[in-house]
Design a protein around this ligand. Structure first.
Ligand code: ZN
Length: 275
């Protein structure tokens, strides 16, 4: 009996799909705290982090989703084109300072078209900077198929989506694929949480409590380069090598458990959620 249970448990876990996602953007975090950072430094922090991530994914032959701002894609068009050959590219807005709660969707459409022009292919997914999504009705006018902006947790000072769905749902023709949070306590599984709440041990517990067959993990390339600016400690804690090593070990742990790594789009297709 015990063996059967073990077997069934293993079969359930094998179905887990880890959807690594990276928000490729201008590193404007210091400006949020009124700390000066030059344009060049903002791009460089993310650029250097992106190269590290790409190497890591290559090493384990994993596919992921990169939500890029049009500004970043314009700055490094060759690199983004190269990323699009192995991974999925989504849209993270025109500029990272955009707040789509206030502005219309015109800039989102421009961003989508601009990025598509740079990579020479269609993009399907959107993620709003700072989770400020314009809403499904507005988004449906822009031609996106899915959105991955909803983070169903409470982040003081930013948003409270604690009671929102952890599951995939559809509204106004847009499929929402929320960020990973666990059952019960809604332990989030993203870069900030991994850096502040105990690294690998925390990530394993949160993943085990996830209980769905997909987990969208969100990171920022700039986290993987040590943050030197005088931003609050919780925003830069364990950045650079520390979070990089945690993510590498987490990938190894997931692979050892038979989890699959996919882009958001491939997962939605494989599950027949999109045709
Ligand atoms: Zn962002």
């Amino acid at each position: 009996m015990a063996n059967v249970l073990e077997y069934l448990k293993a079969e359930v876990w094998k179905k887990m799909n880890v959807l690594l996602s990276f928000d490729v953007e201008e590193f404007d975090l210091p400006r949020e705290y009124l700390i000066y950072i030059s344009e060049e430094e903002m791009y460089l922090q993310s650029y250097r982090g992106l190269l590290r991530i790409l190497d890591l994914l290559d090493k384990y032959k994993l596919k992921a989703t990169f939500f890029v701002t049009l500004n970043f894609a314009k700055k490094y068009p060759e690199l983004i084109r190269e990323v699009s050959e192995k991974h999925e590219i989504g849209c993270h807005g025109y500029s990272h300072i955009d707040n789509y709660n206030k502005k219309g969707t015109e800039r989102i459409s421009d961003a989508k078209k601009g990025i598509e022009k740079i990579i020479g292919k269609k993009i399907y997914g959107f993620r709003a900077p700072r989770g400020n999504c314009p809403g499904f009705r507005e988004l449906s006018k822009t031609g996106f198929v899915y959105d991955s902006s909803l983070h169903p947790v409470f982040i003081p000072g930013r948003y409270n989506h604690f009671l929102e769905s952890r599951r995939i749902f559809k509204q106004n023709n847009i499929i929402e694929i929320p960020w990973a949070t666990s059952t019960f306590l809604r332990l989030p599984l993203f870069g900030f949480a991994l850096r502040n709440f105990g690294g690998l041990g925390y990530a394993k517990i949160a993943t085990k409590l996830y209980k769905l067959n997909f987990a969208v993990l969100g990171f920022h390339p700039w986290e993987f380069i040590e943050i030197s600016q005088k931003v609050p400690l919780y925003t830069k804690r364990n950045s650079g090598d520390k979070i990089f090593n945690v993510v590498e070990k987490y990938i190894g742990w997931c692979l050892s458990r038979g989890y699959k790594f996919k882009s958001c789009y491939d997962y939605l297709k494989d599950e027949n959620i999109i045709a």
